[in-house]
Design a binder for this molecule. Sequence first.
Ligand code: HPA
Length: 245
Amino acid sequence: MLGIIGGSGLTELANLDVARREVVRSAWGEASGPVSVGRIRNQDIAFLPRHGHGHTIPPHRVNYRANIDALRSVGVTWIVSVASVGGIGGAMAPGVLVVPDQIIDYTWGRESSYQNGTQEKVIHIDFTHPYDSGVRSAILTAAAAQGEPVIDGAVYATTQGPRLETAAEIIRLERDGADIVGMTGMPEAALARELEIPYAALCVVANWAAGKGNSAHAVNFDHIEAVLQQAMSRARHIIEQVCSA
Ligand code: HPA
């Protein structure tokens, strides 16, 4: 079963025929909400909005462990995560869709592992390539089938939030090699890897990152809403195509 984690601008999937909503009791606490289980086209789907159904949970308070575990427990075997990001690199303009292939983690203080010291043995997951190549290909193939241009490969810097970055922080991230910046990429990807669930992300660039492009002086939230709405509907088409593959 395919699991979809929706981000800002994707709190529901219109085409999802919801058969049931499962409130999962996880050893890791409460997930962001009930998991909607149903079908899109010929694919069984489990959908979970990362920030809660009313978009009330900020990125640093999301219970990533409970979310991934909830998806696993309803039978999810692979995950497509949708997230909005800021654009750093020149090609990453607002409205662009990106399938990142690398991550740099700047988050702190988040519960970032299922290993809490009670297991028999410490396991170090391999995370050289943080996203699953098969799931990335499924997204890229779906985008091509829909005629939706997407950028294949980017370094996703995950910041702590919920505030946006300073201009100097963005320059630093750029120097580090980051192309896009968001607040939810980690520990989500690492937790999926710990549970051996293939995982990849489809990112929607909502705005130029602080100090870049039309965010030279400030990030304008009025623009973000409009761009997100338009680009998320394209992301939704890609997701639906992934479901019919
Ligand atoms: N920075 C961090 N996270 C984001 C941004 C940003 O500019 N835009 C959307 N998510």
